[in-house]
Design a binder for this molecule. Structure first.
Ligand SMILES: Nc1ncnc2c1ncn2[C@@H]1O[C@H](COP(=O)(O)OP(=O)(O)OP(=O)(O)O)[C@@H](O)[C@H]1O
Ligand SMILES: [Mg+2]
Length: 467
């Protein structure tokens, strides 16, 4: 069994050492960090499979560590340890990409279980990522879920252009399915039995760009100890998918333009001119036309890429697709995570439809994965979804200022206390209703009542309990 690398970050020495000892005993390769800054430094120095991190630490806190971990190594699983009373921050952390959290104090077995779960999810994700690029059937049009008119119109266009050699530019917000559509284009084209090669332009390092795209001969530069075939050559007679094409530096844009114009190049350090026949598919979540106007994107390149544009609408404009997508994801994750979830309860379903989905299908997919993982029964509840306590009625501008701060100042906790008491009074002390007014879950409401030491009036106690 390969050893998993785990980083444990907590400024509580005894606790940290205890966790480390236990994890080492189970055979993991464990590193430690005594505070947030040290953890961030470790993340810059190497990659970890799992980061176990305290939420509250001096200097950089757990959220900083989480952000760094996700930015540097998106596949790293981060599990946060929270003190009793910071559940809400933990929920925020889940939205930032944390895999899970444990509330202190906890038994070490609970932590081990969460680590195992996180590793399992990670392993499956790797497998899926790998399969996605080797299995053409994943790009079958049947696999693209959604009956909304908006999506069907997109798919109609895609079906039509798939069989041609036309250069296609796929536009859409993050997580709308651009890569999926790019794959569908290739695997339903006449080039389907040739390579589909993806290049993430945002991740291209400028100094390695030419060798990445065009390849190099052995000895072309220090470190070039063997010949390398570049992406353009790999994609010969197939399709080349340039992803995140709006994130290329001006230099990179110029180089790409040149090959597109000439369809030929030399490997670095080579003399032979290589000509290729590639079908070009590109995607971006940026507004290229606007970038052309501001001079950030080359106009000549833009026209070369934008021969045929395919626009994928955001999920919030095709909410009819939510149910079908959700069902598909539930089925998939139940299989992967060996769970027996059959659907959502009505409140959870309502929540899915109220949510704005800034992260689109990927956000939905992640939310369902998490929910399936967390669900205790056979249906997903609003708590399992952890979509944040946002409410659509409140958009920050349709409400006049509700808080008056006295010139002498007021502790935030007091403001919160007053809001909770007011909501409770308005709802006749029915906690569930008061929670809804404040867009929090009943569980959080109950917790607020306790931590803010709010006295429930004697004659209302029964009502409060019956919720
Ligand atoms: N219509 C759909 N049916 C099923 N799954 C979908 C659909 N659209 C997107 N997905 C899934 O949602 C996730 C995000 O899709 P994809 O990676 O293609 O998005 P993207 O637009 O390339 O995002 P980004 O801009 O962040 O790179 C993927 O796991 C994909 O399989
Ligand atoms: Mg993408």
């Amino acid at each position: 069994m390969s050893k998993e690398r785990i980083l444990v970050a907590d400024d509580h020495d005894a606790l940290r050492r205890g966790i480390i000892r236990a994890l080492r005993e189970t055979g993991h390769d464990v590193e430690e960090a005594a505070n947030g800054n040290a953890a961030i430094e470790q993340l810059h120095n190497g990659q970890f499979d799992v980061v176990v991190c305290d939420l509250k630490m001096g200097g950089s806190d757990g959220l900083d560590v989480l952000r760094t971990a996700k930015a540097l190594h998106p596949t790293t699983a981060v599990i946060l340890m929270t003190a009793f009373g910071s559940v809400q921050t933990a929920v925020e952390a889940m939205q930032l990409g944390a895999s899970d959290y444990v509330q202190k104090p906890f038994e070490i077995e609970e932590m081990e279980l969460k680590i195992d779960k996180a590793l399992e999810v990670r392993r499956l994700k790797h497998e899926i990522d790998y399969l996605r690029h080797t299995q053409p059937d994943i790009y079958d049009f049947d696999r693209i879920v959604g009956a909304s008119g908006a999506l069907q119109r997109v798919l109609d266009i895609v079906r039509k252009v798939a069989k041609t050699n036309t250069t296609v530019l796929i536009r859409g917000e993050t997580g709308t399915g651009k890569e999926l559509i790019a794959g569908a284009l290739h695997h339903n084209s006449l080039r389907a039995d040739q390579n589909f090669v993806r290049v993430n332009c945002a991740a291209l390092q400028e100094n390695l760009l030419e060798s990445e795209l065009f390849g190099h001969e052995k000895g072309a530069f220090t470190g070039a100890d063997r010949q390398r075939i570049g992406r353009f050559e790999q994609a010969d007679r197939g399709s080349l998918f340039l992803d995140e094409v709006g994130d290329m530096s001006p230099n990179t844009q110029a180089k790409i333009l040149r090959v597109l114009q000439e369809q030929e190049f030399e490997r670095l350090g080579g003399t032979r001119t290589i000509s290729v026949d590639v079908r070009l598919i590109t995607a971006t979540n940026r507004n290229l036309a606007e970038m052309v106007a501001t001079g950030e994107f080359r106009e000549d390149l833009y026209y070369r890429l934008n021969v045929m544009a395919v626009d994928i609408p955001p999920l919030r404009e095709r909410k009819e697709d939510i149910n079908a997508l959700t069902q598909t994801f539930i089925r998939r994750f139940c299989g992967e995570l060996r769970k027996q979830v059959t659907g959502l309860d009505p409140a959870a379903e309502k929540l899915l439809h109220r949510h704005n989905w800034p992260g689109n299908i990927r956000e939905l997919e992640n939310a369902i994965e998490r929910a399936v993982l967390l669900a205790e029964g056979d249906v997903i509840t609003p708590d399992d979804l952890r979509l944040g306590e946002q409410s659509p009625a409140f958009n920050g501008s349709n409400v006049a200022s509700v808080v008056k701060i006295p010139p002498t100042g007021i502790p935030l906790e007091e403001v919160e206390r007053q809001a909770v008491v007011e909501a409770l009074t308005m709802s006749n002390w029915v906690q569930k209703d008061a929670a809804e007014l404040l867009s929090i879950t009943p569980r959080v409401m109950n917790y607020k009542i306790k931590t803010l030491s709010i006295e429930i009036p004697r004659h209302r106690r029964a009502a409060a309990i019956s919720t």
